[in-house]
Design a protein around this ligand. Structure first.
Ligand code: NAG
Length: 234
């Protein structure tokens, strides 16, 4: 258990932090063929948060997404939309789950007549996760030698279970209220300990009537250390 986990569970009833069990980063790959008019490309980490390493919308192999595609549409393997990796990084880095629509990549078409796919290679970085229900405080904490680095934070709701005690069904039914925020990083990065309240005053109200929570994904680094390239053995 991290020091944060002990502290949070001891001091705060509605805020909890835990070090996700995987301490080694894992590499993942997701490929979505461009079949349908509406197509969702979904990245997810069971543990930790997403860091997009590479992404391709187009075609670089004749062997990927071949089903139902005519042969002539597979031969061009030099097709890549330019801004793909930047777009994926912007939408997904620092989140535990992320969905992008393939539609958003289709125009302008990088290679007319080629059957395309979206492929992302990403890493699941280990992270300490801290959850604070609306109106309670999240306490991020590192040991004395290290400082906080926030990968990402979300204020809203993305499942029915989290922070649902003594709440009405209406208050927990909207699970499509994910609102990324950089406020936590701005306030806490570089500090050794940081207290932040999951309140409307600070984060606004992305979905009225829903009981929300703050989720923070962070790590502890030595000063100057690269937070995207650490080995966290607690
Ligand atoms: C992902 O990694 C695999 C294996 O290293 C590689 O063949 C593939 O081209 C990579 N995909 C992208 C989109 O870079």
């Amino acid at each position: 258990m991290s020091s944060c986990a002990k502290l949070c569970s001891a001091l705060l009833l509605t805020a909890t932090c835990f070090l996700l069990t995987a301490v080694v980063d894992s590499s993942e790959q997701v490929t979505t063929c461009d079949w349908f008019p509406l197509n969702i490309h979904r990245l997810a980490c069971d543990h930790g948060v997403i860091k997009v390493d590479k992404a391709l919308y187009g075609r670089s192999s004749p062997l990927v997404c071949t089903e139902r595609a005519p042969q002539h549409s597979l031969s061009n393997v030099q097709c890549a939309r330019k801004d793909t990796v930047e777009t994926l990084q912007k939408s997904c880095d620092g989140k535990s789950v992320c969905e992008v629509l393939i539609n958003d990549f289709r125009t302008p078409d990088p290679c007319v007549g080629t059957f395309k796919y979206l492929q992302t290679n990403f890493t699941c970085l280990h992270a300490i996760t801290c959850v604070a229900c609306e109106e309670s405080e999240a306490h991020l904490y590192c040991d004395e030698e290290r400082e906080i680095f926030v990968y990402g934070a979300e204020f809203g709701r993305r499942d029915r279970r989290t922070c649902s005690k003594r709440r009405t069904p209406q208050e927990t039914e909207n699970i499509h209220c994910q609102h990324q925020t950089d406020i936590v990083g701005k306030r806490c990065n570089g500090k050794n300990s940081c207290l932040i309240k999951a309140s409307h005053d600070l984060f606004g109200d992305p979905c009225e009537g829903t009981y929300k929570y703050l989720e923070v994904f962070y790590t502890c680094i030595y000063h100057g250390e690269d937070p995207y390239n650490t080995w966290y053995i607690d």
